[in-house]
Design a protein around this ligand. Structure first.
Ligand code: AMP
Ligand code: MG
Length: 347
């Protein structure tokens, strides 16, 4: 089936006229991709039911996968959902920033935006172009990551152009995203108790330091059984995935490098490794994701790296170390596990 192509305008932030136009487009129900501190978002007016439907169509995303609404100010949240005291505390500690909170929605938010759920996910981004766009539009902006469904999220305007040109109305180029992984998502299981549905830059430890008890949703680290219903609907899909299959290697670095040694310089294989992996890092098919001790740097580079593999047709298999589960490492672990379709080998 051939879809009609839209003429996608690309602007570079800051561009005051362009930003006004972007805000007009959002208000009128058109689609605008914009940078945030996490990943690029594919924005639509969250108050318009058919704008959300356009988002699903542009991404090829199943429409039972709810969108996050982006606000300029945490104080606006009460217009769109039933705000809890826990939210106020989270807002004080972490907003604006890479934390999304799920709460009971008010009727003003159409059910197309929430995939039919009676809850809505709310985030206040800190990135300057995102904040300006939301303020100028004067409406909440529903935005999933600006990638085709199933592909790695977009962390630069080039990524967005490659997935979305011809499918949306405008792309705001605001450079590379700072963090490079999607926001942390939590919901409440009590006033003082959170469930983490998706890990991100705001870590379990950081939430606990604010006095919350935090439970990790099972789907973050484990494959759900056939027919099991995830708490965060999007988490059930194979996600964040490059074209070639990914295998994660569990084992210490000596064993991992010994396993990989025979694959060095094999053009059909891509090896993701750390700066410290002296034995393998100089192979022509090795890709250094950063220092073992710099998970933030790894997070920043991960999706770019996975996407770059898609441009190299000769790569048929990708190997990567199984990430550590502490701090932001848990978010990298979760994304890599999904990218691999839970393929882990022990060496
Ligand atoms: P993305 O916009 O691509 O970062 O994905 C948004 C994700 O947020 C969805 O795939 C869900 O996992 C999660 N989410 C959004 N709204 C809700 C909600 N109301 N309840 C639970 N999870 C949600
Ligand atoms: Mg996404």
């Amino acid at each position: 089936m051939s879809e009609k192509l839209i003429d996608t305008k690309v602007i570079t932030y800051p561009d005051p006229e362009g930003m006004k136009k972007a805000a007009e487009l959002i208000k009128s129900g058109a689609l605008v991709a914009f940078p945030t501190e996490t990943v690029y978002g594919l924005g639509a007016n969250a108050l318009m039911p058919d704008a959300a439907e356009k988002v699903y169509r542009a991404k090829g995303r199943p429409s039972d996968n709810p969108l996050i609404i982006h606000l300029a100010d945490a104080r606006d949240a009460e217009k769109y959902c039933y705000v809890t005291s826990g939210f106020e505390r989270l807002a004080k500690a972490f907003m604006p920033g890479p934390l999304t909170v799920v709460m009971k929605k008010k009727d003003i938010i159409p059910s197309t935006v929430t995939g039919g759920l009676d809850t809505v996910a709310v985030r206040i981004p800190s990135q300057i172009a995102a904040r300006e766009l939301i303020s100028l539009a004067g409406v909440p902006i529903a935005a999933p990551s600006a990638n085709l469904s199933g592909r790695p999220s977009t962390t630069s305007a080039d990524h967005v152009i490659s997935d979305m040109l011809g499918r949306i109305d405008m792309i705001i180029d605001g450079g590379e995203c700072d963090i490079g992984l999607e926001s942390t998502i939590v919901s409440f299981c009590g006033e003082n108790k959170l469930k983490m549905l998706r890990p991100g830059k705001i870590t379990l430890e950081m939430l606990e330091n604010e006095g919350f008890e935090v439970e990790l949703d099972k789907a973050v680290t484990e494959k759900l059984a056939e027919g099991e219903r995830p708490a965060a609907p999007g988490m059930k899909y194979r996600h964040y995935a490059p074209g070639a299959p990914v295998t994660l290697i569990e084992g210490d670095s000596a064993d991992r490098n010994a396993f990989l040694a025979p694959l060095a310089d094999d053009k059909s294989v891509a090896i993701i490794c750390f700066e410290e992996d002296e034995e393998i890092k100089n192979a022509s098919n090795a890709y250094v994701i950063g220092s073992k001790n710099d998970p933030e740097g790894q997070a920043h580079r991960l999706f770019s790296m996975l996407r770059a593999f898609d441009d190299k047709d000769e790569i048929k298999q990708i190997y990567a170390p199984l990430p550590e589960k502490s701090g932001i490492g848990l978010a990298i672990f979760n994304r890599m596990l999904k990218a691999s379709g839970y393929t882990v080998i022990k060496v």
